[in-house]
Each structure stands twice: as C-alpha cells, then as structure tokens.
Design a protein around this ligand. Sequence first.
Ligand code: NDP
Length: 483
Amino acid sequence: MTVQNHNFIAGEWVAGESEIENRNPSDLSDLIGLYAQAGADQLEAALDAARVAQAEWAQAGIERRQKALNAIGEELMARSAELGELLAREEGKPRAEGVGEVFRAGQFFTYYAAETLRQIGDTADSVRAGIEIDIRREPVGVVAVISPWNFPTATASWKIAPALAFGNAVLWKPANITPASAVALTEIISRQDLPKGLFSLVMGSGRSVGQRLVESPKVDAISFTGSVPVGKGIAKAAIDNLTKVQMEMGSKNALAIMDDGDLDIAVAVALGGAFGGSGQKCTASSRLVVHEAVHDAFVEKLVAGTKAFTVGHALEEGTQIGPVVSAEQLQGNLDYLALGKSEGAELLCGGERLDQATEGYYMRPAVFAGTNNAMQVNREEMFAPIACVMKVGSYDEALATVNDTNFGLTSGIVTRSLSRATHFRRNARTGCVMVNLPTAGTDYHVPFGGRGDSSYGPREQGSYATEFYTTVKTAYIAAGAPE
Ligand code: NDP
C-alpha cells in the first residue's frame, strides 16, 4: 500500500490540498510514498500558530530548549543508518553518504543544544552617571526555512537547530523532490517538548508554498539555500516586508593544482571534490586549474580515477556514485556536455547515460580538458558530475583563474609550499579555502558561506549563526535614588 505522508501544521499531521509522488532516482519503479502539498489556508494557520508558540518558547527557559535539541540530535545519530538509507533512496547519493549526512545533521542539533546554554551578553556603563547598560540577544521571531534537495537533512538541520536554539519558531519548506527525509526529521521534532505550533512542516512547490512564505508579512526572517535565480527572487520579495534574509546559493568552485603539490593527493582531492554526491554539491570542485608542469600527468591519473568509479544504485554495496536526482537534472547535464563540446572543450571520458538493472538517472562522470574561463561550462554552476580542467603557466595565473568567477563559496590549492598556501589562503576570494583538501567537506562548529553570488546576509553555522537568528536589545537601567 502506498504511504500517504502529511504536513505537520500547528501541531497536527494534516493532509494537503493535493499530493505528489516521490520516486527513487535509482529505481523509478520504487514509489517511496505520496506527500501532501500545503494549501494557502494551511500556511496561514501554521504562521499564526508559530507566532503564539514562539512567545511561549522565548520564555520557556534555556534548559527546556537544550533538552529538546539534544534529544533530536541524539535520535538522528542513533537512527542514522535507517534514516540515511531513506535519504539515499530518495536523493540518489550512495548509502554511506546518506548515513553520514543524517549523523552530521544530528551533530548540528547537539552542537546548538549546547549553544542554548552559552547565551551570554554584554554589560556597560552609560556615559550618564548612575545608569547601567545590558546588551542581550533575543529571538528574531518566526523563521521560514527553505532548503534544497542535495543535502535535504543536513542543510535543513543547520538552519532549524540554531533557529530553535535561539528561541524562534520555524516553518520549514523542504525541496519538493526530497520530502521523505523532511517527514522523517519532522516526526522526530514533533515528539519533543515544544509548544504546539512552534515547528511546522509545509511541503509544497517553491512556486506556491515557497513564494507565499517569502511574501508573507508574518515571517520575520528567511533562511534559504538554493539556486541564485530563486535567491534573487526571494530577496526582492523579502524587501517589501523588510524581512531579514540569509541566503546560501550556488558556486563554481576551483581547485588549483600546483607543480610543487603531491600528485596523488591532487588526484584524490580532485576526484572526491568533483564527483562526490554526483557533483551535486554547492562546494563541488568543478574547475580544476592545473599548472602546466604537472598537467599531463595529473590529467592521465584523473581520467583513470574517473573511469574507475562504480556508478550504480544508491543502496547497492560498492556503489561510489549514484544516479543524479531527477530527469531534469540529467537532461541539464547532457545539455552542458553538448555545450562544452560546442565551445571547444575536449571530452576525455564519461558523460554517457548508463543502463543499469533498474531504470534510473545514471550517467558516467565526465572530464573536460582544454577549457578556459571564458567558456560557459566554467562560468555556470552545472551541479553535475562534470569536471573542467584548465591549464595555467604559473601560480599567479592559477590564482587569477580561481578568482575569475561571479561566485565565491569555496576554493582549494594543492601545494607543498607554505608561502603559496598562505598567499592563496589570504587572496582567494571565497568564503572557505581548502589547502590540500577537496573544496567540499566542511565542519559543523565553524561558519560556512561565501562571497559574490554565492551568499547574501549573515553567515550560517557555528556561533556566527547568532547574527541571523537573534536580534540585539540594548537596555538602559537607572537604579534610582537609594531608599
Ligand atoms: P532551487 O533554488 O531550485 O530550490 C531551493 C528551494 O527553494 C527548494 O525548496 C525550492 O522548492 C524552493 N523554491 C523554488 N522556487 C521558489 C520561490 N519562488 N520562492 C520560494 N522558494 C522557492 O535549488 P535546488 O533545490 O535545485 O538546489 C540546488 C541549488 O542549491 C544549487 O544551485 C546549489 O548550488 C544550491 N545549494 C547551495 C548550497 C550552499 O550552501 N551554498 C548548499 C546546497 C545547495 P521546490 O523544491 O519546490 O522547487
């Protein structure tokens, strides 16, 4: 029997005004379930309940918040095998990556559980005698969380956890293509000691539920991760209500491989960075900027490593690269391959659709060589298992090439030179820099974000998240005359 999954609105599981199917991209005959699509009235009910619940939560005391967040985190970690499998089944990443993602999501909750107890403000003397000043952070209010499909549990968790930790209410609109992991996380949150309506899950399309949410004057802050065009639309909608926004968007990350680098490290870092998660990471190493002295040796090893990947069903033992997430994504990738060839890039390997035992969106990872930064394949985010190699003659040219992009999320360098690594770290125009590491793969206790078109608004994660999820209050207190 097909499972019908409901939205969680104002403390109740409720059917939507319609439903969508969720199918496994590794096996299209596998119908995971039907998922509710929230109607406009339901969204209003969730927003109204959130406002009431948030006032209670803000006064609830920090230990109650700490306990709830800790319980969510512990359960996610304890059930990471089961929930990671579900995630892999609906998103297509290999099982181990799904399990790792759910475990990481749990760590965001336990980290922010601890942060609830660390809310220490500032005090000051007024310039006026006899007056003291107390500066403290308060919740921002009702937060809309809009998340993408590529890290459906982790991205949502690094937004929901700090939002709740700092005393806010949350309405979560997950990507419509990965609703199962959203229902699973909501089910855990729904069992905690939270005021009724503090947290709502409002599944539905971006065009309807998402757009209504970002246009609503009942939302105080929007945390969004997704594509640049959608992000720009959200920023425009938010400004009408002066709603606070935080946005993490796409990127076109570059990895510089220097002539003094360890070649094996360079190849391993490039393979992992470019093709992990089928290249569907905002931190993917999609531009490989290679010094001419090691170019040919690097490319030979890169191609061998790319050809050696096992592409297959996300839940099958031995799969290293799963399918891409959807038919649209697959077609977009094939279009980019055709575009690259028409621009003069040389396809060294991969790019073919793959037939497997089950029908799914499989393709072989691909490597383009002979590319340059003027090509569209090096300027636009493909979000695909496609890496583009660019040959450069010097470190200076490599750095200039890395920085020649509208984006600025992550960058990396492979080098044994401390001075080059230091110079690169200080001059790469990205929010995150990696030395002898893939451009993908970040920690949960430090800030994450980028520059240029990659990010807008305050940073996410670590203690830096307080900037977005709280607002500052400055109180002046005159003690009055002694009695
Ligand atoms: P989209 O921008 O298409 O969608 C992101 C979310 O926004 C989804 O929940 C989507 O809903 C929703 N949405 C779509 N249209 C609107 C709208 N008009 N108003 C409000 N919400 C809307 O991105 P994808 O889901 O396709 O994710 C891939 C993108 O995310 C890539 O560009 C990638 O780089 C970026 N990304 C960035 C990260 C970062 O931290 N910088 C991390 C991960 C991904 P629906 O699903 O219904 O379309």
